[in-house]
Ligand binder design. Structure first.
Ligand code: NAI
Length: 402
């Protein structure tokens, strides 16, 4: 019998994950996609085609292609969830709750649920599945930069991360549930291949407090909070355009994450939050070969080759006139599923976060939402966020899953 894996989602990352899993001879890969007519379109394509993953060669190496066939793509959870021992969510965070609701009646209690990417995904799993599952494995980001070229038929991996950070929780953490007795982490590594290398250690909260929203939200605030509203003639660089004040803000925000981390460690010394680092130190381990000038956080952002040429996401409202796009995921995902979460955790831990509050109050107004009101995560829109309060997780034990 093959090891049965379910991929939840129907976009770029879901194509790659389903294809890589299906390419393994001892894995059966299934797909659940609830969105629009994606399941029908993908199923139709599979009748006549394999799914092809094009892997762009790095350093002048030729491109390669992996061909595979997921066994079934469906929008009906009852058709695909039963018997799956590993369920991998590869879908933007705003869609996670909908998928958790859908799979809930059919989930095998001896199954592990992965969030890729998944900072704070464990709150949604605990909040929605409750006792049905205590096994979660989350990662800070998607393993690849990838784009669908033709729906259900061809997807391209533009690049893979070298390493990604993750954390696992639950009774199956080291259990030999996968093919050839592999643990959950070994099974995912087997599906992904050589890159990225998975660094899984500590409590999931460490991933949630370390997530990249710190970088994106600080740059958005630093660039646009004092903007006069007049359209710009050109689109500024996102990372390379960072000034001293924005770099300082990012550093201060990162220090607040560390303060929250220290506060929780004092109350729960047994909880391993060792993945949480200052953002400068994170850059030093993540992009050590890409950064030309390591002298400060500002120069790291300005001289990181991996960021060269990346610009702000702007709308061209008339030819040659640009305004910031506040609906882009740097705010629309990174605030409800990033900043609001760390703010909610800080509140439960009883730690004040003036920098976080300042950025959150500005950003929620740009999103037209109310999350933080009168100093508490109690606004009318907190259900749109993944702050622990949105799931009724209001004590440190709730947050930690103890
Ligand atoms: P995507 O942009 O391909 O996601 C679109 C998919 O989400 C759709 O195909 C559909 O299945 C689902 N969806 C969209 N609207 C929906 C709705 N209203 N209700 C329910 N489902 C809906 O996502 P992608 O590219 O696979 O990325 C997944 C996550 O990884 C995202 O959070 C993204 O920010 C992140 N990420 C993506 C990278 C990439 O290169 N694609 C790189 C780094 C991070």
């Amino acid at each position: 019998d093959k090891f049965r894996v379910l991929v939840c989602g129907g976009g770029n990352g879901a194509h790659v994950m389903a294809g890589l899993a299906a390419a393994k001879p001892d894995i059966e890969a299934r797909v659940l996609t609830l969105f629009a007519d994606e399941a029908d379109r993908w199923s139709e394509s599979l009748k006549t085609n394999d799914l092809t993953i094009l892997v762009k060669g790095s350093d002048g190496q030729p491109d390669t292609a992996i061909k595979a066939k997921p066994s079934i793509v469906s929008k009906k959870p009852e058709e695909v969830v039963p018997g799956c021992k590993m369920i991998i969510f590869v879908v933007p965070a705003f869609a996670h709750n909908q998928y958790l609701d859908a799979i809930k009646p059919y989930v095998d209690p001896k199954c592990i649920i992965l969030g890729v990417p998944g900072p704070s995904f464990d709150y949604a799993v605990r909040g929605i599945l409750g006792d049905k599952s205590d096994n979660v494995l989350i990662f800070e980001t998607l393993p690849w930069a990838c784009r669908i070229k033709e729906y259900g038929k061809e997807v391209e991996i533009l690049g893979s991360k070298e390493t990604i950070l993750g954390a696992i929780q639950g009774s199956l953490s080291t259990a030999p549930i996968g093919p050839m007795g592999k643990t959950p982490v070994e099974t995912l590594q087997y599906i992904l291949g050589a890159a990225p290398v998975l660094h899984v250690t500590g409590h999931p909260l460490g991933i949630t407090l370390m997530a990249a929203h710190t970088i994106h939200c600080a740059i958005m605030y630093g660039t646009w909070a004092n903007w006069d509203g007049k359209p710009l003639d050109k689109v500024p660089l996102f990372y390379q355009g960072v000034d001293e004040a924005t770099a300082q803000l990012m550093s201060d925000l990162s220090n607040e994450n560390l303060t929250v981390t220290e506060g929780i460690k004092r109350k729960r010394p047994d909880v391993d939050l060792s993945q949480v680092k200052h953002v400068y130190d994170w850059f030093m381990t993540r992009y050590t070969n890409d950064v030309q000038d390591k002298s400060s956080l500002k120069t790291v952002l300005q001289t990181n080759n991996a960021y060269a040429g990346l610009k702000h996401n702007m709308l061209e409202i008339e030819p040659g006139k640009f305004v910031p796009d506040f609906t882009h995921r740097y705010l629309s995902e990174n605030v409800p599923f990033g900043l609001a979460v760390t703010r909610g955790v800080a509140e439960v831990a009883g730690i004040e976060t003036p920098i976080m509050d300042k950025i959150l109050l500005w950003a929620q107004e740009k999103l037209g939402k109310e999350f933080l009101v009168n100093g508490k995560m109690q606004g009318k829109d907190i259900q749109y966020t993944r702050c622990p309060q949105a799931y009724g997780l209001t004590t440190l034990d709730d947050i930690l899953g103890h």
